[in-house]
Structure formats: structure tokens, C-alpha cells
Design a protein around this ligand. Structure first.
Ligand SMILES: NC(=O)c1ccc[n+]([C@@H]2O[C@H](COP(=O)([O-])OP(=O)(O)OC[C@H]3O[C@@H](n4cnc5c(N)ncnc54)[C@H](O)[C@@H]3O)[C@@H](O)[C@H]2O)c1
Length: 459
């Protein structure tokens, strides 16, 4: 199939490269000339494991990037809209979707066939059949179901594992306004192995995506709330509490009772039932906030999700309270921030807990070093020149922790597993604040972890 992908962010570029790998002819369109040039030269403008190699391979096959949206659309059987849908502080910001839909609509005027327009961006229920449809029809002068088909195909990839998630999806949700839009999508995904393909209407497809992300965010904030309580209970550690909770056979089913040594399936969802310094990224915070605003507009109280967000906002400060237990005055204290990306495997720092932690520590007069293997440039850009100049950035872990008084783990990069070995020979090793509970508390000389109550000896 010939595919035009509008927007070359994490979703657009991963989708484009993966569809090309399955033999489709793909043009990835963006408004950013530097981004388009970089992609055509085989450079991916952000870090995503395995993506650059895939893009380089596919550039010699069916993939290219372009600034020319009308030309890409005029030739396409399927047009994917994968532009950003940020939260503007009050509600979902649909400016990019509106503009891209209008531009696609205008480009459809010259189309000789009846292509499928597919919304890949995360949008609230009713957006595809409302705003997107209106813009497409107004721009093209065509009617949905006659001059073009319209579908909504939410994306569930996780940054850091985006390529493998796209290539081997856990579900494919085909939202469509008619049978034809379902049939074309089924053909598009024919070569992707997937146990479950759901065909539904556009609004249900939109709601499936929001509900999935809201559930994940709720599990994280629930675990953090339990962790914050455990931190007040002498001798209680949230890790042990949660490992007991994980053994519920409805969460971790026992494989076969007839086998002597019973084994369990340990589903990935259990990683959301762990306490930490809070969730970030370009999806969970904005999707949950957009759904809250949407629900409230419709008179549906969103109390649970509201609490999920409130707790998550407090979690970075809660992490810092662990440093303050040991150093009540942070002025002049040297602190290493270990991990800036909102999760390992990505350079994305959008809504990362590292940003409020850095701002707060700088505000208290601490001297900061910041370590990350992938997200130094994105963090500098997010902090701006003034705050960035007050931080010593490094991708060398040994340099980051050398001589500091405290080191705060905020991203569970596997590289940080080397920390105990690095600290072992030090005369005055730093206090380690483990915001991701990734180290054995006994493996470093001085340790504080989220969700650990005080030692019973001290009570
Ligand atoms: N990032 C994720 O992990 C993820 C996962 C699932 C779903 N989503 C959703 O997918 C959508 C895209 O997310 P992202 O992280 O890839 O976004 P992004 O902001 O990283 O990238 C969007 C790209 O679209 C381009 N763009 C904007 N308007 C355009 C236009 N009119 N024409 C051409 N290009 C245009 C921008 O220049 C940018 O490069 C969002 O709705 C997001 O919620 C994201």
C-alpha cells in the first residue's frame, strides 16, 4: 500500500518505518525541515532503541521523509494523522489535529481515488467523527464514505520499546465509520502478528486508548500512595508489601499446579504496581488530564483520576523529602541527579519527575550534576539556558557521583546498576536516594528508598 504519515514524532516515525519494513511504500511528512532532512540522512531526531537502524534500512526500501504534504497525500491509499495532541493546562489542544486534517482535506481535492484517512493521534471520543471529519470534508469538498473513508486507530506503543511494540502489537484497535475503513485497516496490518484485532466505531476506539492510559496511571499513583504510607511505618518496605500483593493469582496466574515446582506468569502490569517518584512522559499525564476535563465538561465526576494526578504532582517533592531527612539545609550541598528521561530507553523528558526535582533543588541552592545516557540535550532545552548553566551535565556515571553528598535515582536506566561497584571504594560515599527502588538497599553504604519505613531500631 502507499501510505502518507503526517507527523514524524515517536508515533509517526515508528509507524512509518515499521509499515515500510512490512513492504509498504511510506512517505513521512513533517513541517520541521531539519527533522525531515535528518530522517532522509538516516538520523532520528530523538533516541528510541532500534529506530535509527530501522530507518536507515528502510530508506533504501520504501521509506522517505518529505515536507510536501499535498504530494504525499495525493498519492496515498492510506493517510495516517500522527501529530501531537498536547494538554494546554485546561483541556486537550487540538490545534495540530485541526490544521493537519484541513491540510489533508485540501490535498484530497486532487486525489483520484477514495483513500482512507486514519487518526493515529490520541484524541478524545467524538474528535474523529467531529472535528477531523468536518475539516476533511470542508477542505476536500468530499463526503466521508463517498470521497474518502475515515478511521481511528489508536497507538499503544511504549517509548523505549516502540519498535518492538509496533512490530508485535498486543492489540490492534480498528475504529471505523464503515466496513470499508475496517477492511483497509485489516489489509494494512495483515502482516503484523497479533492475537486480538478489534473492529469498532471511532468513538469507542478513542475511548479505549484513554481508558488504557488512565488505568496505568491509576495503578502507579495507587502504588505511590501505599508507598508513602509504608514510609511512615517502622520496618515496613513497600517493595515487600507489593511483592506479596503481586502473588495474587489473579495478578500473577500459577502456570500449572500439576508441575512439581509451580511457576507463575508475571505480567508486565505488575511493573505499574511498584512505588516510585512518579510517572511522566508525553502520554499518561496529558491523557489523564484531558480525560478529566472532558468528563467534567460532560457532568461526569472524575474524582479518582483527579486524585491520580494530584498525587503524581506531589511525588517529586516527596522524593526530595528523603534528602531533607539527612540534609535539612540544601544550600551548597552537591547532589547528583541520576536519570533525566521519564523512563529508560528514551531521550524524552516531557513531564519527567527530573524537571521539578532539578528546579526545586536549584531553588534551595544545591549544586547539581545531572547524569543521563540519552536525555542531556532534551533536558537542557526543557530547562532553558539560565537553569541549564547552573547544572553540570554528564553521560559519565563515575563523574556524576564523584565527591557528591547525595545521589538521586530518578530513571531506572540499567547503567545505574553499576552504582554499588562505583561507590564501594569511596571514602565518603554519597547518600543514595532510590526514587525507582532499583537497587538492593544493602548494596550501597547509605541508602534511602521511596516507600521504606524507618528502621525499627530507631523508634
Ligand atoms: N509518544 C508516545 O509514546 C505515544 C504513544 C501512543 C500515542 N501517542 C499519541 O500520538 C500522537 C503523536 O505523539 P508523538 O509523541 O509522536 O508527538 P510529537 O509531538 O513527538 O510529534 C508530532 C510531530 O508532528 C509534526 N506536526 C505537527 N503538525 C503537523 C502538520 N500539520 N503537518 C505535518 N507534521 C506536523 C511536528 O512537527 C512533530 O514532529 C499524540 O496524540 C500522542 O498522544 C504517543
Amino acid at each position: 500500500m502507499r501510505i502518507a504519515v503526517i507527523g514524524t514524532g515517536h508515533v509517526g516515525l515508528v509507524s512509518g518505518a515499521c509499515f515500510a519494513a512490512k513492504g509498504h511504500q511510506v512517505v513521512c511528512v513533517d513541517i520541521d525541515p531539519e527533522r525531515v532532512q535528518a530522517i532522509n540522512e538516516g538520523r532520528v531526531p530523538f533516541f528510541e532503541a532500534g529506530l535509527e537502524k530501522l530507518v536507515q534500512e528502510q530508506l533504501t526500501q520504501g521509506l522517505r521523509a518529505s515536507l510536501d504534504l499535498p504530494a504525499a497525500v495525493a498519492d496515498a491509499d492510506v493517510i495516517l494523522i500522527a501529530v501531537g495532541t498536547p494538554f494546554d493546562g485546561h483541556r486537550l489542544d487540538l490545534r495540530h489535529i485541526e490544521k493537519a486534517s484541513r491540510q489533508v482535506g485540501e490535498a484530497l481535492r486532487d486525489h483520484t481515488g477514495v483513500p482512507l484517512v486514519l487518526v493515529k493521534s490520541t484524541v478524545l471520543p467524538g474528535t474523529t467523527d467531529g472535528l477531523v471529519r468536518e475539516q476533511l470534508e470542508a477542505g476536500s469538498g468530499r463526503k466521508v464514505g463517498e470521497g474518502f473513508s475515515l478511521g481511528m486507530n489508536p497507538e499503544f506503543l511504549r517509548e523505549g520499546q516502540a519498535v518492538s511494540d509496533f512490530m508485535v502489537p498486543d492489540r490492534i484497535v480498528l475504529g471505523g465509520s464503515d466496513d470499508r475503513s475496517h477492511e483497509i485497516q485489516a489489509e494494512l496490518y495483515r502482516d503484523f502478528p497479533c492475537p486480538d484485532v478489534i473492529r469498532t466505531d471511532n468513538s469507542t476506539a478513542e475511548m479505549i486508548k484513554y481508558t488504557s492510559n488512565s488505568l496505568l496511571a491509576t495503578l502507579i499513583s495507587f502504588s505511590n500512595e501505599i508507598g508513602n504510607l509504608c514510609a511512615t511505618l517502622p520496618g515496613v518496605d513497600v517493595r515487600k508489601v507489593m511483592s506479596g500483593v503481586h502473588l495474587d493469582k489473579r495478578l500473577a496466574p500459577i502456570l500449572d499446579r500439576s508441575v512439581e515446582a509451580d511457576e507463575r506468569i508475571r505480567p508486565g502490569i505488575l511493573t505499574y504496581l511498584e512505588a516510585g517518584c512518579g510517572f511522566g512522559g508525553s502520554c499518561l499525564p496529558k491523557d489523564v488530564q484531558s480525560l478529566i476535563a472532558f468528563g467534567e465538561d460532560r457532568g461526569a465526576s472524575m474524582g479518582i483520576l483527579d486524585s491520580v494526578i494530584q498525587l503524581n504532582r506531589r511525588q517529586p517533592e516527596h522524593t526530595l523529602s528523603l534528602i531533607r531527612r539527612h540534609f535539612p539545609d540544601l544550600k551548597g550541598l552537591s547532589v547528583a541527579i541520576l536519570g533525566l528521561a521519564f523512563k529508560p530507553g528514551t531521550s524524552d523528558i516531557r513531564e519527567s519527575p527530573a524537571l521539578p526535582v532539578i528546579r526545586s533543588l536549584l531553588g534551595d541552592g544545591a549544586h547539581l550534576r545531572a547524569y543521563d545516557p540519552a536525555a542531556l540535550d532534551t533536558t537542557r532545552a526543557a530547562l532553558g539556558p539560565e537553569l541549564s548553566s547552573a547544572v553540570r551535565f554528564t553521560d559519565d556515571l563515575a563523574e556524576a557521583v564523584d565527591g557528591v553528598s547525595a545521589a538521586v535515582i530518578l530513571t531506572s536506566w540499567p547503567q545505574l546498576k553499576a552504582l554499588p561497584e562505583l561507590l564501594e571504594p569511596m571514602e565518603s560515599p554519597p547518600l543514595v536516594i532510590d526514587g525507582r527502588r532499583m537497587l538492593d538497599p544493602e548494596s550501597v553504604p547509605r541508602y534511602e528508598g521511596i516507600g521504606r519505613g524507618p528502621s525499627p531500631d530507631h523508634c
